[in-house]
Design a protein around this ligand. Sequence first.
Ligand code: ATP
Ligand code: MG
Length: 351
Amino acid sequence: NQAQSGPQWERHTTELTNCIVAFLSPILPTEEEYRIKEATRRQLERLANRVSPGSKLLAFGSMANGFALRNSDMDLCCLIGKGPDGQPTTHHTASELVEILGQLIREETDFTVMPLPKARIPIIKINRSPTTDLPYEIACDIGFENRLALENTRLLLSYAMVDPTRLRTLVLFLKVWTKRRKLNSPYMGTLSSYGYTLLVLYFLTHVKKPAVLPNLQRLPPTRPMKPDEMELNGNNIYFYDDVATLRKEWSSQNTDNVGELLVDFFRYFSKEFSYARDVISLKSENGLIPKDGKTWNAELCIEDPFQAGYNVSRTVTKDGLYTIRGEFMRASRYLTNMRGQKISVLIAELC
Ligand code: ATP
Ligand code: MG
């Protein structure tokens, strides 16, 4: 292993950074894709309003937090409308709404509709193949009243605005890499994009010294908070969201470039992080809490930022984690022992 410091290493990681940025640029969503997706959202919102007047259909996940790649799925959350009396304009359950709105979308649009009323979180899955007029495949999940998802989307967006380039580049690169290496399938025993994003946030907030990001959930508020900004269904959802102030007053002492951070990320999660002992908990003081064998006994434990005790990575099996760690090690080796190779070739091989 060659030394990971000095001018040669610096040149190397600078080139790596530039190559990653160049690699991502053609696979980011275009303006047109955003426009078409927004038009689709509005079309679906009109249908939701026929089921429940005053409903809103809001985007969450990657289309709303700045971590989208080209052709990524659209996550939508329907918030039920309220009448003049303050009461909801429908009293159907989420499962019933999935059936009713699903049926309406099937009748009124050219989407293929698959309602999943019995899922743990009932959703409608819809999709439409690309046509010559609309050369984009649209795949979309619609859920109901999932306000926590809207909040964690806003948290990720706020982090993305504090450090606009490094966090976003790292997350996007990891998304492409985990998808190509088949490490991004919660149904197959690996981790969701959301899970990987939390790993990156933990790494930049708690592992890197000096930190690249502040812990937004632990900065004291600078304005009076309303009760509904602090709590949602018994969950503490507070975080510091005055990003404009933060960008003026908080600047990271950490000057590492994306290449260095990526190499470090892979090394940390292949060798240093103790999967057997620790739970990653972004909002905690130093980012980790000990596994206790009761609430926390899964292979990989990542606590949701807002739902205390909820393991975002509960889908990760023993085999899944073995594969993920193996890939982290492979990536770590590739990126450290690669001097002299053409970096664009290396990135292609890595993915
Ligand atoms: P992609 O572009 O790959 O779709 P994404 O940024 O949309 O990535 P997803 O993993 O699709 O990320 O998650 C979208 C949203 O769904 C997250 O912001 C989160 O609110 C919610 N979510 C996803 N996975 C989980 C999970 N395991 N536990 C809780 N919420 C989750
Ligand atoms: Mg998504």
